[in-house]
Write a protein that binds this ligand. Sequence first.
Ligand code: NAG
Ligand code: NAG
Ligand code: NAG
Length: 493
Amino acid sequence: MYSIKVKIIIILVFLNIKYSSQKLVEISGPGLDPELIVMPARYFYVNFTFVDDKSYTPDLASKFAVEISGKTRKGNHCRIWVNKLDRKDGSFIVRYKIYETCYDFSINLYYNSKPIKGSPFIYKGPIQADQCNCPHEDFESWLKEYNCVKSYEQIDNDLKYFKEIDMKKKLQRIVEKFNRPESTSYCHYVIKDNKIYRTCYGKHVGFNMFADNILLSLTRKAMFPDVELVINLGDWPLVSKGSELLPVFSWCGSHDTMDIVMPTYDITESTLENMGRVTLDILSVQGGVELPWWQREEKAIWRGRDSRSERLKLVDIARDHPDLFNVSLTNFFFFREKENEYGPKQPHISFFKFFDYKYQVNIDGTVAAYRFPYLLAGGGLVLKQDSPYYEHFYSQLHDWEHFVPVKRDLSDLVDRLQWARSHDKDAYQIANNAKKFATENLSPQHIFCYHALLFWEWSKRIKSEVTIEENMTHVPQPTFDCDCKNIRFKEEL
Ligand SMILES: *[C@@H]1O[C@H](CO)[C@@H](O)[C@H](O)[C@H]1NC(C)=O
Ligand SMILES: *[C@@H]1O[C@H](CO)[C@@H](O)[C@H](O)[C@H]1NC(C)=O
Ligand SMILES: *[C@@H]1O[C@H](CO)[C@@H](O)[C@H](O)[C@H]1NC(C)=O
């Protein structure tokens, strides 16, 4: 039986290769593997290859239909919410959220009311909701099943000086050194037997919710190795280069510090709350964009608050070049005394409106601007201010390939913008590279993988015994009723 199945698959693969030039619809993505890849919102891509962003018309969305259904163990309909995002280039993102354990699950795709080749995709189940606490017993095989890459250069670099770590000693030194409760807050986390415990230090520890949530979500998916770590809850990295080597995990890195970088709380939360509380995420921004490149206005847009002097300078530059820029400050806090000069402040506009324009400016806030991932995903050309700050993925990016670099003092911004206007084909190519990069590296699956790999690599470096101190608080999993049967079976079609 098994070998027949294998043969059929081989023939199908062969046919696929032979006729790939005629393949009209390409379907791919982690949401097509719902038994193995559990996410708050699962997603996959459907690409109608006979349409591109020049020939795109909105009626494609009305011809393309999706139906996703399943049964509960008792045989009722599963509660599933489906969301179709039109990327306006001939492709769609289909995402769906399931609210309970489902069986006999099917994904049906139609074009002009006819099933698209390959559809329906059928799964016996169980398909788990993200809240299900059904961890895979082997972490390493889970990483493979989840389709994570094997390594990240940024992780290797961040961890390269850490070997045989005695976390008890390191923690003591961190507590002594960063004893500035007014300005510095962080939490010591322990994962032991796949349960999470923490003690927090400092006056402003509300952001521990973000760290809690990603650790809870990951430990529901796989049995974590025992590990302990310190997570910085502030934006600024803490451990200066040249000072004592202390392991602190931070959301933002800089050239002057050696903190271990994690995906920001912003992109992490948008991953965990995809199709939930958060409306701006890497997927929604691709569907929220209204216009293809060639219909967008040839100006650079920027909105934001006054968190850095170059943001005021940008207003000056824009006033000198109203034909090139649409720029406004939305809030005054850091430079209140300059509100008369640089105001009046303008109301916020929807982030999706940024992509009515071909060019977006990215300027640091207090640290790196955490909107950068969403700008990359929106299919515009990002003019990025040079910066000592970085997020977990910046080292994978190249200037002139994924964005146009701008000097820190913005002195070449107008030149760069004029270059983009006179090299539209190149600008369009860079914009497309950025979107592709975001799709392939910053989507929810990748944010889970980065955290998982990072904490796993870290756990290997700890030589002290991982223990729970008396003063630690247990962070419990939400109660959620699920069938955690460990049947992994998928019908091949
Ligand atoms: C859709 O498929 C075509 C042909 O393979 C490809 O050129 C194009 O980049 C794809 N579009 C997207 C958004 O992936
Ligand atoms: C700037 O952009 C906003 C939002 O798209 C728009 O409402 C406004 O009219 C623009 N201003 C100018 C001067 O083009
Ligand atoms: C928690 O206990 C550990 C070990 O006894 C100690 O080093 C640390 O200072 C305590 N932390 C707090 C916040 O009380």
